[in-house]
Write a protein that binds this ligand. Structure first.
Ligand SMILES: NC(=O)c1ccc[n+]([C@@H]2O[C@H](COP(=O)([O-])OP(=O)(O)OC[C@H]3O[C@@H](n4cnc5c(N)ncnc54)[C@H](OP(=O)(O)O)[C@@H]3O)[C@@H](O)[C@H]2O)c1
Length: 277
């Protein structure tokens, strides 16, 4: 497939990062359209370059997606122009209108926390892009993903919310876990720079292990050791921070079946289950 000519609507973190990565990869990005002034960004009325695009990629926040797609529907684009959007969870109603106008529509959702464009360009080379939608839209997404070096994950029909929840677990919650760990160490009286340094190395090593081997082999800690007394001590220590206690219980309960697979003693696991319920 010849490389699409892309017009990006939404010049925030995702839009700027994707536009930059595509340009570096040699994709013809004919416009980056936002809502305010910026280098190489248009705003206000759509510029004439929109008419030269074969793909429009909409990268605005989910709540603003229907509005941005409706503006596009009013832009008299040629019907073969593919309309993609970058939301991992939204199924915007305005896509129905665009489809009625003949546009193939779909999702192009980078499974990556996009921050600054230069960093994202490198990270996208190893990333996966979640795609769904009409066949021509999926073909355009595959071509764009291949151009920037990324691979494609086909989102099963009707499963977008579950797909996106999985992405949130893996991309957002490690940030939350570091924040929880740092808070506990701070309450224990550890200096902030030592806390962040130590927790950072721990998280990196745990993530590397989790990716290098099956969960039953990668899991360490009191649950897989069947160490009921240590878990009880943790529960008591967390009583002053009930929201963290709740998290600890929920995460530890999820660790129980992994510990079972790892061959942990079943009587101890039963005792742990009772302590954690
Ligand atoms: N960032 C990520 O890590 C990431 C990763 C994968 C997918 N995504 C997806 O990408 C989308 C955007 O996320 P983001 O993080 O880039 O959000 P963001 O940084 O807030 O950027 C959204 C941008 O869209 C602009 N905008 C809103 N309505 C517009 C319109 N009608 N026309 C032109 N520009 C408009 C906003 O302008 P104002 O600032 O004036 O409101 C803002 O600059 C979301 O669907 C998100 O799920 C993001």
């Amino acid at each position: 497939m010849t490389l699409p000519r892309v017009f990006v609507v939404g010049a925030g973190r995702a839009g700027r990062a994707l536009a930059h990565a595509m340009r570096v990869a040699g994709v013809d990005v004919v416009g980056l359209h936002g809502r305010g002034e910026g280098i190489d960004i248009t705003w206000g009325k759509f510029p004439s370059s929109l008419a030269t695009a074969t793909v429009v990629l909409v990268t605005v926040r989910d709540a603003e997606l229907d509005g941005a797609l409706s503006e596009l529907a009013g832009a008299s684009l040629s019907s073969e122009v593919v309309v993609l959007h970058a939301s991992g969870s939204a199924e915007p109603a305005a896509l129905d209108h665009l489809r009625a106008l003949g546009h193939p529509c779909g999702t192009f959702h980078p499974l990556l926390p996009l921050t600054d464009p230069t960093r994202a360009t490198e990270q996208l080379k190893h990333a996966w892009i979640g795609v769904d939608g009409d066949e021509d839209a999926r073909a355009a997404s595959r071509a764009l993903a291949a151009a920037i070096g990324a691979r494609v994950l086909e989102i099963p029909a009707g499963e977008k919310a579950r797909y996106h929840a999985a992405a949130v677990f893996v991309s957002n919650f490690p940030v939350v876990l570091i924040s929880v760990g740092a808070r506990l160490l701070e309450l224990a009286g550890v200096q902030d720079d030592s806390a962040r340094g130590a927790l950072g190395t721990l998280l990196t090593a745990a993530a590397q292990n989790a990716l290098a081997m099956p969960p039953a082999q990668a899991l360490t800690g009191p649950v897989v050791r069947g160490d009921v007394e240590t878990v009880r001590a943790h529960l008591a220590a967390l009583a002053e921070t009930p929201e963290i206690l709740e998290l600890y219980r929920a995460m530890s309960r999820e660790a129980l079946p992994i510990a079972e697979q790892a061959g942990a003693d079943s009587a101890r696991l039963d005792e742990l289950r009772r302590a954690l319920s």
